[in-house]
Design a protein around this ligand. Structure first.
Ligand code: C2E
Ligand code: MG
Ligand code: MG
Ligand code: MG
Length: 283
């Protein structure tokens, strides 16, 4: 009886495993098709200064799926990463971002906007990554100081010299470098100090708790202080309430992003929000 049960469990386990592999294979094929058919989209979430002025956006990937609707990145990026598809997808994202910046830079009202692009650790560590970014900057003839690359602490598992060297190449071209989700990883302050960063993004989890007691507020103040000490601009992610904003402002934060100011939206929505701002400023 025991061996029958064991065989049954094994068989079930194998079946589940194969079903999952098949499902992921299908996702990978669908994703590749999406890349060519234009079903990948970039959404834009406003980044604002303390007075609420939109100073730029973060580009966030979406998959417009025929049956499943709008699929968020956390549901397909890990699969794409695993299947080795992130190089192609990541390149497409950078290309779209540079195209958007080129478009913005043709008009005085949008010429100063920055655009942040998320780059995964594996994508960043590819040999030709920096060169491919520089090539896009020159192809689209954009002011590179308006392009920002967001990395997470996960790149730091790699060889330090290599990471620092790659970042220096991008910085030398004027491209901004932001450390995303700061506080959730394991990077040491000694290591951080060696990276040529321009911005620190406080993870949403800290922002959410900033109003929940003095200990949480003190933690956020410490994170902001680290950014200051390293000479970086400090952006708070995931700001949802006026109360959080007040605490962050008191703590000395420079820039903000979150549902309070706007959710990620298609380019038309983002540009409409910009026009509204220009219209209001004009009185
Ligand atoms: P992230 O880079 O930290 O992006 C911020 C995430 O927080 C976005 O989720 C955004 O929609 C969400 N968010 C912003 N403000 C708020 C808020 O006030 N409340 C709440 N609850 N959420 C807020 P999203 O778009 O689902 O993206 C998730 C993650 O997927 C991103 O986190 C980033 O790590 C990754 N990702 C997105 N696009 C790309 C891409 O083009 N390439 C790569 N490699 N990763 C990407
Ligand atoms: Mg990001
Ligand atoms: Mg983040
Ligand atoms: Mg995140």
């Amino acid at each position: 009886i025991n061996s029958m049960i064991a065989t049954g469990i094994l068989a079930t386990g194998t079946y589940v495993f194969q079903a999952e592999v098949r499902r992921d294979d299908q996702v990978v094929r669908d994703l590749e098709a999406a890349l060519w058919s234009g079903d990948l989209r970039l959404y834009f979430q406003p980044q604002v200064s303390i007075d609420g002025t939109i100073i730029g956006a973060e580009a966030l990937l979406r998959w417009q799926h025929a049956e499943r609707g709008l699929v968020p990145p956390n549901e397909f990026i890990p699969i794409a990463e695993h299947a080795g598809l992130m190089r192609k997808i990541g390149y497409w994202v950078l290309q779209q971002a540079c195209r958007t910046l080129a478009d913005w830079q043709r008009h005085p009202e949008t010429a100063e906007l920055t655009l942040s692009v998320n780059v995964s650790a594996s994508q960043f560590l590819e040999d030709e990554f920096e060169q491919s970014v520089l090539n896009l900057v020159s192809t689209f003839d954009i002011d590179a100081t308006k392009l920002k690359i967001e990395l997470t602490e996960s790149v730091m598992v790699a060889n330090t010299e290599q990471v620092v060297a790659k970042m220096h190449v991008l910085r030398a071209a004027g491209i901004g470098m932001a450390l995303d989700d700061f506080g959730t990883g394991y990077s040491s302050l000694g290591y951080l100090r060696r990276l040529p960063l321009t911005q620190l993004k406080i993870d949403r989890s800290f922002v959410q708790d900033v109003t929940e007691g003095e200990r949480n507020a003190a933690l956020v103040r410490s994170i902001i202080q680290i950014g200051r000490d390293l000479d970086l601009t400090v952006l708070a992610e995931g700001v949802e309430t006026r109360e959080q904003l007040q605490w962050l402002d008191d703590g000395g934060c420079d820039e903000y992003q979150g549902y309070l100011f706007g959710k990620p939206m298609p380019i038309e929505g983002f540009e409409a929000a910009l026009s509204e701002q220009v219209r209001q400023a004009a009185g």
